[in-house]
Write a protein that binds this ligand. Structure first.
Ligand code: ACO
Length: 381
């Protein structure tokens, strides 16, 4: 049976949250080009995704204050996070466990999207600090979400320019219609599971290197080329000959280039210039040129994001959790939309096995159970 591989091109639901039509990412009617050009704050983008309209100035002020009020973690939760952080697991696994645990401690689990959005930042920041043996930091009232994002992750208050740059990075990652993690969240939401369960499912899907996990792999790729002593062409050729995917290239939707990468390229260059990482940026440029020349593949959102996060100074295994912070906005919008639609997502399969097999009598499998019905004399209940 000729099925669309991986649901490619299959439209599975209506949505008013975002669109990738004509190779342009649009949030509730606003192309990202428009939002970037107008320096729209990340908080306003979150509001836009949740309400499908931009906030008024008063609403934005209130929403920013509400987010700030939730930028803390309860002492019991923090204690558990400290224990979890000692386990040497990937931070995405720690984040997954933490969000799931948060869901079992929060009483307002069904409704408080603002708290979840704020606490996602706090959890990732806390994982970074605790793993580095540093004291947790408190969010600063005078900083916006992007400013607190930089401050809580790195301990330094960003300059106005850096604050602005990270606002745009967060904006560009906030939503992306029915990508793998959002679809996963919507499937869970369609069963009427609570928000935390849906988010935990989304985090699991984001972790994989074919999706959000690619940004960490991009850094490892560039680092691998640097330390290999090979040229870019030699290194990539040997991997392509092995049919390996080169991380940060290609996209299910964008076959002519990812509009987010267009911006992130420039932000990566600005960060690399500022943090003396131009050698890494130039290496990335050489990789991008070679991938275009040999495979006609362009960088996706994860390629230049890896350089930006490296320049920020966070460990490379924190890159994907950072992605999760901004994408929480989109996940929560889609969870809400799916729940409101109120139907179960349950596709059908094309079974390729055979039917009507009989259990061979010589196997006598029922005799091998610890307490078989036959051995106990087949007594009535
Ligand atoms: N490196 C090498 N070859 C690639 C790459 C890549 N990164 N991406 C696609 N191709 C090739 C495939 O091997 C395939 O070739 P073939 O037709 O000769 O078999 C062809 O291009 C089509 O690729 P598919 O994987 O079928 O395309 P699909 O739309 O299913 O995949 C995907 C999109 C999964 C993103 C893919 O491009 C990929 O694996 N990229 C690397 C991982 C990555 O960067 N993921 C992040 C995506 S953005 C995000 O999720 C946030």
């Amino acid at each position: 049976m000729d099925l669309p591989k991986g649901l490619a091109g299959v439209v599975i639901a209506d949505t008013a949250i975002s669109s990738t039509k004509n190779d342009m990412l649009t949030y509730a009617g606003y192309p990202i080009t428009e939002l970037i050009a107008n320096n729209v704050p990340y908080e306003a983008v979150v509001f836009l995704l949740w309400h499908q309209r931009l906030p008024t100035n008063a609403e934005l002020k209130n929403f920013r204050a509400a987010l700030f009020a939730e930028m803390g973690l309860a002492p019991d939760f923090l204690d558990t996070l400290k224990k979890i952080s000692k386990i040497q697991r990937h931070p995405m696994s720690l984040l997954r466990t933490s969000v799931s645990f948060l869901g079992s401690t929060e009483s307002k689990a069904e409704s408080n999207a603002t708290a979840i959005q704020a606490k996602m930042l706090m959890i990732v920041a806390m994982i970074v600090r605790l793993r580095a043996g540093k004291k947790p930091l408190k969010a600063r009232r005078k900083l916006d979400f992007a400013g607190n994002f930089v401050y809580l992750l790195t301990g330094k208050v960003p300059s106005a320019a850096e604050n602005d740059l990270f606002n745009k990075v967060l904006l560009l990652h906030a939503d992306h219609e029915f990508n793998a993690s959002t679809f996963t969240a919507r499937v869970a939401a369609s069963t009427n599971a609570d928000e935390y369960s849906c988010l935990t499912a989304a985090i699991c899907a984001l972790k994989g290197p074919l999706h959000g996990g690619a940004n960490e792999q991009v850094y490892l790729l560039l680092d691998g080329i640097r330390s290999s002593g090979q040229t870019v062409a030699e290194y990539l050729d040997s991997r392509l000959a092995n049919h390996e995917k080169i991380m940060g290239f290609g996209h299910r939707i964008y076959k002519h280039g990812d509009p987010r990468a267009f911006y992130l390229h420039d932000y990566a260059k600005i960060m690399a210039q500022h943090y003396d990482q131009m050698a890494l940026f130039n290496l990335a440029e050489a990789v991008a040129a070679y991938m275009w020349q040999t495979k006609q593949l362009k960088p996706n959102v994860d390629f230049y994001a890896a350089i930006i996060y490296h320049c920020l100074g966070v460990p490379h295994d924190i890159f994907t959790p950072i992605f999760a912070i901004s994408r929480t906005a989109g996940w929560l919008a889609h969870i809400r939309e799916q729940k409101a639609a109120s139907y179960l997502i349950r596709p059908s399969s094309h079974y390729t096995g055979v039917y009507d097999k009989k259990v061979p009598s010589e196997l006598q499998l029922s005799d091998l159970t610890p307490r078989s019905f036959k051995q106990e004399g087949g007594a009535a209940l």
